[in-house]
Design a protein around this ligand. Structure first.
Ligand code: NAP
Length: 250
């Protein structure tokens, strides 16, 4: 399916090299957009994602940048602008976990999670917004988490950052709604990626027991919600958070 009456847009997916971000990048490319895939350290995975999109007939580039670092984000935006044009669809997906019970949580685990999961959303949105305001069109889609909606023991830092993303989403939506730019979020539940593989099979089986649909989700099942929010069909939706959790939190 081509995007917005055949219009090819420039999309930036942070953390687009693996997991949910990669599935989002592949879907946006399949919808006809040119996709910049951001990553921070795993160059091989980023190149693999670009190659897979190109093999399917799409267009993509890989850009290394730490999304929690202001200078790195500015350099990334310049690179996207020079190679593809101004960012029209921004997917703030990059994220990490540093889980611990609060009484054991070190300040560094708090700060790193805030910087990568929340400050990054502020930095990337602000940097991309200038071009969107000029074009009077834009889509910002933030990847939150069910932990930011319902909380999760052992993830006070992560849940606080992800709840922050939802507050940010609603606030920015109100600020720029009159400029043709929508800002929405998706809140995934337990999705099969490297992030959750690190928890082990027992944790995955225990999680599946709590999920209404009885299984973990696939990255593509989150990507389809992001693809919808980026599409012309979602033109009257802003400030919302779509929960994609297989009924985990109901
Ligand atoms: P993942 O498989 O661990 O992939 C993380 C991606 O983010 C990689 O591309 C990684 O790049 C990139 N990244 C990490 N730190 C970065 C930084 N400082 N700057 C730029 N890129 C960075 O993660 P995932 O499971 O797909 O999660 C994607 C998003 O969904 C995250 O925001 C996560 O919190 C959220 N989420 C995931 C789940 C789940 O169950 N998996 C549930 C709810 C929400 P490198 O390859 O270079 O490291």
């Amino acid at each position: 399916m081509m995007a917005e009456e055949g219009k090819s847009r420039v999309a930036l997916v942070t953390g687009g090299s693996r997991g949910i971000g990669r599935a989002v990048a592949e879907l946006l490319a399949a919808q006809g957009h040119q996709v910049a895939i951001n990553y921070v350290s795993n160059e091989e995975a980023a190149n693999e994602a670009v190659a897979s999109i190109e093999a399917a007939g799409g267009a993509a580039i890989a850009i290394k940048a730490d999304v929690g670092d202001e200078d790195a984000v500015a350099a990334m935006m310049t690179q996207v602008q020079e190679q593809l044009g101004p960012v029209e669809i921004l997917v703030n997906n990059a994220g990490i976990t540093r889980d611990d019970l609060l009484m054991r949580m070190k300040p560094d685990a708090w700060d790193t999670v805030m910087q990568t999961n929340l400050k990054s959303v502020y930095l990337c949105s602000k940097a991309a917004l200038r071009g969107m305001l000029r074009a009077r069109w834009g889509r910002i889609i933030n990847v939150s988490s069910i932990a930011g909606v319902a909380g999760n023991a052992g993830q006070a830092n992560y849940a606080a950052a992800k709840a922050g993303v939802i507050g940010f989403t609603m606030s920015l939506a109100k600020e720029i709604g009159s400029r043709g730019i929508t800002v929405n979020a998706v809140a995934p539940g337990f999705i099969e990626t490297d992030m959750t593989a690190a928890l082990g099979n027992d944790a995955a089986a225990a999680a599946a027991d709590q999920i209404t649909l009885g299984r973990l989700g696939r990255p593509e099942e989150v990507a389809s919600a992001v693809g919808y929010l980026a599409s012309a069909e979602a033109s009257y939706i802003t400030g919302q958070t779509i929960v994609v959790d297989g009924g985990l939190a109901i």
